[in-house]
Design a protein around this ligand. Structure first.
Ligand code: 1HN
Length: 349
């Protein structure tokens, strides 16, 4: 711990360290300060990606490789502090996925949980465990761990979404399994709209026994999310740091919708000057509506619709919308809460 000075090197100590290293032993006192820091210390840095620029590259990739050949045609959002690691934060992966008209991204399943946040296009589908859902801009769609999933686009426009996965977390636990489905598309065994009817109408079948760690609602449509925010704003109860911020919940238990990734949607009204905030969950933001600025650890990002930016753990963030703005975000907060690790600092607010 940094209050404690590091042990001085002496010839005897150096010789001792060398000797024990041959037996795969090491002195804790040489590394303790780096292992247990008084505050979070992360390689993750604040960063912003302009959507139009990333989209142009993604469409270019569309001319280079098909969704089928790529399995998933995705450009990874790489945190500049961790190049080559396929991480947007220390614990999370994010990417931008393109499915062109007529394409299928073939069915597979894996231990990793995935979220899709729809940015562009209308009417492409994803299938999860035998049920298809149509995707519209602003929809938040879940692929639970080990669920078969494939994507198809029978519309006439490119479909682009933000993927968020817990890949680094699963790697940390060495718990990754994956397999391809024998067919490009899994059989559709349930009618379109089945799960929203069954679990998304504030009811559940009387003998429903929750199974699996994720919400049985696998598409949270933006129309309903937006309406909730718009209706609630009339009450004028603004959180000084967040404006009006909601979390997506699992109707089985009221917890977060996914077991490892927490997801949120917030409204920041025009003229709102958010108070500085920090928390231990590094957070990925995707702008849905409006424009504005966010200052993260002293760096100011100017954002508009569909732009993506990342706020590392324990770095101060302040949001300043230039007009009414709606922000989707996700983080590992749900995992940190389960592990008793999560903390926030609301500054003076
Ligand atoms: C995956 O399965 C998808 O299903 C997207 O769309 C991105 C990144 C790494 C591993 C699996 C998808 C992925 C992924």
């Amino acid at each position: 711990m940094d209050e404690h000075p590091p042990a001085a090197e002496t010839p005897e100590r150096t010789a001792f360290y060398k000797k024990i290293a041959e037996r795969n032993l090491a002195p804790l006192w040489s590394v303790l300060g780096d292992l247990v820091t008084p505050e979070p210390k992360s390689p993750c840095v604040p960063h912003y990606w302009n959507y139009e620029e990333a989209k142009a590259f993604l469409l270019e990739a569309g001319g280079l490789i098909s969704a089928k050949e790529a399995e998933r045609r995705v450009l990874i959002f790489e945190n500049p502090g961790m190049p080559g690691e396929s991480k947007i934060t220390t614990s999370l992966y994010a990417g931008l996925q393109l499915v062109l008209p007529g394409e299928v991204a073939p069915a597979h399943r894996h231990s990793q949980s995935a979220l899709r946040f729809v940015l562009d296009g209308s009417g492409a589908h994803t299938a999860v465990d035998g049920e298809r859902t149509l995707m519209e801009v602003g929809d938040f769609v879940i692929t639970p761990p080990w669920a078969w999933h494939d994507h198809g686009n029978t519309s006439d426009e490119p479909m682009i979404w933000l993927d968020g996965l817990d890949i680094p977390m699963v790697s940390f636990y060495d718990a990754s399994f994956a397999e391809m489905h024998p067919n490009d598309e899994q059989d559709v065994t349930r009618k379109h709209g089945d799960s929203p009817a069954r679990y998304g109408a504030n009811m559940a079948p009387i003998d429903h026994r929750p199974s699996g760690a994720a919400s049985p609602i696998f598409n949270y449509p933006y129309t309903r999310t937006r309406e909730a925010l718009e209706t609630m704003r009339a009450q004028d109860e603004w959180d000084p740091c967040h404006g009006l911020k909601m979390r997506y919940i699992n109707p089985n238990d009221g917890g977060y919708a996914m077991p490892t990734i927490a997801t949120f949607m917030q409204l920041l009204p025009k003229g709102f000057a958010a108070a500085a905030y920090r928390s231990t969950d590094a957070c990925v933001y995707a702008v849905v509506e409006g424009s504005g600025q966010s200052t993260v650890d002293g760096q100011t990002f100017t954002w508009g619709p569909k732009d993506v930016f990342v706020v590392p753990s324990w770095k101060w963030v302040t949001h300043t919308p230039a007009e009414d703005a709606v922000l989707f975000s996700f983080s590992d907060r749900v995992a940190q809460e389960k592990l008793g690790l999560w903390r926030e600092d609301r500054g003076n607010a």
